[in-house]
Design a protein around this ligand. Structure first.
Ligand code: MG
Length: 263
């Protein structure tokens, strides 16, 4: 059963989503060669608790950390560790925050320093997949429209879409009905209504869509060892279309002229 949210519940979910989005962007700004993913985890937990919220992931089915940190061929659910990020890595950061009983869930994939162009394109396409999925989040559309939006764009670029892990309804619990696959058939699946809130999270691979889980019982990696990108927003469906609760202003990147001035 999908639980539609009331206006008041949507307001509280907006606050939880905004907090998760702010933490995500703060972590993005910390990413650079030499930083460990445990440092990012500690910073996230502090920011979340300082805001009067709880790190949703910590203790979730025994998950030991506040964020998931998944490097390169790791798809999702990577453990933060004392691994020092290296120039050329790509890092997926997944953050959950529970504020006033409601969950915000969001992820981004960040390049570490200078990253090869084809890996940057993988990230860009994953972000485009998510934006295309969000454009389908109108009352009257179907879950198959969301899945197809992701799948069609990823496959048009020669990438594959992970099948075993999917997006989800979200509210007082992180994982509510329905499941939101990143593949599907237009016009098929559950019809979307105003008041639904979804976490949509494309996981896009360069090579095979197949994955395996490491011995830690959590870390999901691509079966062929090729890189994967993961991005996620928490989105409410309203009569006026999608509202992305985890979207926050991202500070402008330095422009080429400014970069040149430092050389
Ligand atoms: Mg999620």
């Amino acid at each position: 059963m999908i639980i539609g949210k009331s206006r008041k519940e949507l307001e509280q979910m907006r606050a939880a989503g905004q907090l998760a989005g702010q933490v995500r962007e703060a972590l993005r700004r910390m990413v650079q060669p030499g930083v460990t993913t445990l440092e990012l985890d500690a910073a996230a937990e502090k920011m979340i608790r300082d805001a009067g919220a709880l790190p949703t992931f910590k203790g979730y089915h025994g998950f030991p950390y506040s964020i998931c940190a998944s490097v390169n061929e790791q798809v999702v659910h990577g453990f933060p560790s004392d691994y020092e990020l290296q120039e050329g890595d790509i890092l997926s950061i997944d953050v959950g925050a529970t504020l006033h009983g409601f969950v915000g869930d969001t992820a981004t994939t960040v390049p570490v320093g200078w990253v090869r162009l084809d890996w940057l394109q993988l990230i860009r396409v994953a972000e485009e997949c998510l934006e295309r999925a969000i454009r389908e989040c109108w009352p009257g559309r179907h879950l198959g429209d969301i899945g197809w939006a992701v799948q069609a764009h990823a496959e048009a670029h020669g990438y594959s879409v992970v099948r075993e892990y999917v997006g989800h309804g979200i509210g007082r619990r992180m994982h509510e009905d329905p499941q939101i696959p990143n593949y599907g058939t237009p016009g098929r699946g559950t019809k979307i209504k105003a008041g639904y809130v979804f976490a949509i999270e494309p996981m896009i691979n360069v090579g095979t869509h197949q994955t395996k889980t490491l011995k830690d019982g959590w870390t999901v990696v691509t079966l062929d060892g090729q890189p994967s990108a993961h991005v996620e927003h928490t989105i409410a469906i309203t009569d006026e279309g999608p509202e992305v609760f985890t979207r926050v202003e991202r500070p402008a990147e330095p422009q080429p002229a400014e970069v040149a001035a430092h050389l």
